[in-house]
Design a protein around this ligand. Structure first.
Ligand SMILES: NC(=O)c1ccc[n+]([C@@H]2O[C@H](COP(=O)([O-])OP(=O)(O)OC[C@H]3O[C@@H](n4cnc5c(N)ncnc54)[C@H](O)[C@@H]3O)[C@@H](O)[C@H]2O)c1
Length: 276
């Protein structure tokens, strides 16, 4: 028996794309299906979600996965998504809010296009409130687990991605409020903060940028979607039944160290080579 046998999950932002492969939501849906869950893949990229649903059905049997085209900026579409999940699979137990955007023009405060700010807030933050709001009546009837996807950008400033970072910080607050309000009734809500993860968008980054992330991450390599998926699986499963309102960084240690550590390591290497 799998760790999620009998559970129905909605995973937002779950796709399989070529080139690139699974994103974080896609790898999470795949891990859930492998553990016995039936999964609803909610994404605006319906082609990517359908490709993943087909693959999951080929691996785990018909009726395991359903792709539902959803623009998470629309409350009507979110309402329809939840109805489809419940009608198709007979209930709802797990809500994984993974979808998110980080547009190129989400830059500095002084030059922020307000349309970009509004759009980032709608996709990253408002959608999590709305999916939670409409899923709650179903989760409350049998217990459930919600996981929101924040980021290391929730904790520290950057030269760009102002809107993105603000939504990710606010998601931690939404997580705490949801956990506080529904925990007693058996609905848990936790948050995951990925660091740079080798998903399709991150694979497009120039090597010089990826090297900087690697230099600042005290791990053999940057995480891939599969490492993230294992933490969603843990927070969705009964193995984490004692955890509610928690935030777990899955960043390979990016924020574990003092910001100057990579410079100190480089300085030590330079000193050692000049002495040798
Ligand atoms: N990859 C990283 O390095 C990284 C780091 C920190 C946090 N995160 C967070 O992890 C989550 C997943 O990111 P990813 O790297 O897998 O990126 P991704 O771009 O592959 O996944 C995001 C998904 O959201 C979907 N989406 C975008 N707008 C939507 C909308 N309006 N309605 C419905 N779906 C929409 C996209 O189609 C896509 O499938 C995001 O919330 C992201 O902020 C990622």
């Amino acid at each position: 028996m799998g760790r999620l046998t009998g559970k129905v999950a909605i995973v937002t932002g779950a796709t399989l794309v070529d080139p690139g492969g699974l994103n974080i939501g896609g790898a999470t849906a795949a891990a859930f299906a492998a553990e016995g869950a039936r999964v609803v893949l909610a994404d605006i990229n319906i082609e990517g979600a359908r490709t993943l649903a087909k693959q999951l059905e080929a691996e785990h049997g018909p009726g395991v996965a359903l792709a539902v085209e959803t623009d998470l900026r629309s409350e009507e579409q979110i309402r329809a998504l939840i109805d489809t999940a419940v009608t198709s699979f007979g209930g709802l137990h797990l809500l994984m809010n993974v979808a998110g955007v980080f547009p190129a023009d989400d830059g500095e405060v002084a030059t922020m296009p307000i349309e970009t700010w509004d759009d980032v807030l709608a996709v990253n933050l408002r959608s999590a409130l709305l999916t939670t709001k409409h899923a709650l009546p179903h989760l409350l009837s049998g217990g459930g687990s919600i996981v929101n996807t924040a980021s290391t950008h929730a904790f520290a400033g950057d030269t760009s991605l102002t809107g993105y970072g603000c939504t990710k910080a606010a998601l931690l607050a939404l997580t705490a409020y949801t956990a506080t309000q529904y925990g007693r009734e058996g609905v848990r809500c936790n948050a995951i903060c990925p660091g740079t993860t080798r998903t399709p968008p991150a694979q497009q980054l120039p090597a010089a940028i990826t090297d900087i992330y690697r230099r600042h991450t005290p791990a053999p390599d940057l995480n891939g979607p599969a490492e993230l998926a294992q933490v969603y699986l843990f927070l969705a499963s009964d193995a984490s039944s004692g955890i509610n309102g928690e935030t777990i960084r899955v960043d390979g240690g990016l924020l574990a160290h003092q910001p100057f550590v990579p410079d100190m390591v480089a300085l030590a290497a330079t000193t050692a080579s000049s002495q040798g």
